[in-house]
Design a protein around this ligand. Sequence first.
Ligand code: ADP
Ligand code: MG
Length: 675
Amino acid sequence: MRKIVKLTSVTEKDPLITTIKERCRVCYTCVRECPAKAIRIFEGQAEVISDRCIGCGNCVNVCSQQAKHVLLCIDKVNDLLNSNEKVSACVAPSFPAEFPDINYGKLIGMIRALGFDYVHEVAVGADLVAQKYNELINANRNQQYISANCPAIVEYICRYHPNLVKSLAPIVSPMLGTARAIRNLLGEDLKVVFIGPCLAKKKERDPTRPYYEIDAVITFIELRQMFEEKGITPENTSTSDFDDPHGHIGSLFPISRGMLQAARISDDVIQGKVIAADGKRDFIEAIKEYETGDLNVNLLEVLCCKGCIMGPGIKNDLPLFRRRSHVINYVKSHKAGRNLKKWKSYIDKLADLDLSRGYLANNRCFPEPPENNIVSILNRMGKFSTKDELNCGACGYDSCRDHAIAIYKGLAESEMCLPYSIDQLKKTLQELSISNKELANVQEALMHSERLASMGQLAAGIAHEINNPLGIVLMYAHLLLEECEENIRLKKDLEMIVEQTDRCKTIVSGLLNFARQNKVSRQPTNIAELIELSLRTALIPQDVKIVINQKNRDLIIELDSSQMAQVFINLIVNACEAMPDGGILTITVTENEQGFYFIFKDTGVGIAPDNYPRIFEPFFTTKQLGKGTGLGMSVAYGIIKMHGGDIHFESNNDPAKGTCGTIFTVNLPQHLPPI
Ligand code: ADP
Ligand code: MG
């Protein structure tokens, strides 16, 4: 009896395939190609779920970024080779597809040069297994079996079709068969290393036995790496041959239907008792149909790849049929040369070898999600009817519905849907351009108010300095005026000095106002009365008609009435000055939840668009010299801002675009800010 080998960490715990996050570009190709749906996208990253992975290696094959890392076992093999144990290299019969360039005798020599004590061909295990299949099928003509040579298929059935575990042929794979055969001949302590094209083999075992029968599994890719690391080439190696027992027609196993031929089982189309299916799409479909009872066959021969010659552990990129012909050529050229008698004697010697195995179901099927959950996930991705379900496949799932189910199971994310993501992107772009515009407006307003603020500071400084000397000039001019006799020419000059100095005083006090030198002192003010007072003070020309719209004549607002009067007077005077030939000035007072609105609408000449940015600048005037100071609007602006309000205007000065005129709107908040 073979010693119980401690289950190694390599085969038991380590995941077979992992994603190298830095390399993964999240193209969803691996999601699409994974027959077990064992790849989930989480936070935009592809992850292989070990528990669901069947080790087929499709994801490794299709990843153009080489972002899938396969568990390497070279160290384990080197440990074995460095130990005192006898170690056999068991080479899979697909080797001619990987090494067409190396004479097979040389290849065996190279493997020996690595330190292996024996080099066996797995074809002999295939011969033994083929014979068992022949016996099984012939003895049970009414039974239905699924072949169990492909470990990925076995894992697929145990996980995703647990009902079919009972259909799996109770016969070991050629790899396990070879291990049992050579241990039978050479002793149970022999260490066995399998070398082949398959990743799933790294975890293959008969779960009804408490140990692994294979001590390590490496792929042909790893074998090449070992040759390279040890500098072993065909040139520096002598030719050798496989150790006994040699394989015979079992060498055909790695090509599609090869097993059937080796087992002499007819897959006659008319009889239809045997069906062979290989490659991802076909095997999934065949197993599904087998389960539903649509396939009435004796044997379903299934392989995950298009034959083992297309396995993910093969490095060269020869096409399928070239690989196939290399295997067939090997069989042709070596079968005949072999000593069939010797082969037969070994086969007879091993006739009683136990090649049976068991299986354990390992159900990994998710329960189907409730329909309303699928619908709500579809809705979340903007799919409200079948018309919206484009089934484009960009997400890696065959249909939008499959994608929604995968989201429910936690395997996928909504963002994987291309049309949905494009839609989201468009929306974000739109939002961005809106906020960009808003930002530009705010920036302009900020620049404007900064300019006004710095002008205010400058103006306040100058005004402060000028105010005192101006007072003195005015006082002396008045004194002189009092002392002057009537009708002297000097008096007229003095009167002119007083008048102009007064004007300067007005400008200076306006400047101080603008620079917010004055404090706001609020008191409840009747707005209707304030407007009337402002109209009286402004002296309305006869040809200007005043219209007042104010529903609530009792409206009382807390504000600085004399300052607000100044604002209203400035607006009224400007409106009248804009209507030299008369017109209508409409004053409207309204209120809503946000605040109070005072609207001054005139039918005047309007404001030229070029002047829009300058209206509130101090000293900006379009009026003739001596007529305007250019301070009215800047003062009004300062006062309104001090009240926590705002002022803006709309205007038209082009008769071609409609009636000319300007509308100034003063807006004060409902709740005035604290002073
Ligand atoms: P001023 O009245 O002394 O020119 P303001 O600061 O009061 O200075 O006004 C600045 C400028 O804004 C005016 O010269 C005028 O060009 C323009 N303006 C203000 N209000 C009106 C209005 N209602 N219609 C047309 N233009 C106006
Ligand atoms: Mg004015």
